[in-house]
Design a protein around this ligand. Sequence first.
Ligand code: PEP
Ligand code: MN
Length: 347
Amino acid sequence: MIVMKGDATEQQVAAVIERIERAGARAHVSAGEFVTVIGAIGDDRELIAALDIEGEGGVERVVPILKPYKLVSKDFRGDAPVEIAGRLVGGDNFCLIAGPCTVESRAQTLDTADVVKSVGATMLRGGAFKPRSSPYTFQGLGREALTILAEARERTGLPIVTEVMDVRQIEDVVEVADVIQLGARNMQNFDLLKEVGRTGTAVLLKRGMSATCEEWLLSAEYIAREGNERILLCERGIRTFETGAYRSTLDIGAVPAVKQVSGLPVIVDPSHAAGKRDLILPMAMASVAAGADGLIVEVHPSPETALCDGPQALYADKFAAWVADVKRIVDVMGKVIAGGEPVAVNA
Ligand code: PEP
Ligand code: MN
């Protein structure tokens, strides 16, 4: 990481970039308000020797980033919030993403969207393409669901979070999505990560169910390397020896651990970790207390009839009370739920 002096000229920045490229590395320029930081991405040791750039015109200092992930490390990117559709995620801005697991129909989705909007949530979730364990279960409405999500977005003004499972879905999904969800099962689908990284659409990267925190951050690095740095990390529970008490083991420790080393916001999905409605509130509260930057939860107008993940869907008509309980902890943490109208930000 090459930190330029506050008064470095454009020519000096260009000269450093040229040196980096001549050394066979990639230059990643991050022009901040006060200083420009240039990431030189390549083989660490050889690169540092080849660059020999300390003391060059305009260079303040050279800091090696020894972690295996670079662009998503806190050393490089700091902990600036991520902007999504004019709303900030991170810092004091708490993000509440809610909606159905799966878009099942227009009415089910719009009803849920109205409820989510009325409680002041930040974004609407809803799956069009669903990664189902069994090929015999409902696989999602696909493109038809995207049309419904577009209508929900238009109607509520809420940004949309929806999953892609395959590079062939990206073109249609980015038409509607403000945030592309990459599901747990695809966290290490590296070609998909790269392709999503080439879009300008923000990404919610779920942690793979057997991925270490480092593997998770390396997957985020794949996305960032392609130029897309608007990434939200999402802890959704991991596989352990537990088989019945809950669906996945929510790794609360991952929240502060990952936030210590990466400045990316960490969102927690207590719904998929719990698998059972009644466990979601305490798990959500614990996540907020552990420093999560947001929550993503599943809500349904009639969970008994849901085509996917009904047992973990919160009742739409009880959602306002649920949010009020979570908000008590959000308040204690000194954060505000960044719903409502978008604020003007310098994206
Ligand atoms: C989902 O969000 O509906 C989902 C399938 O999540 P995960 O990838 O975490 O299992
Ligand atoms: Mn689900």
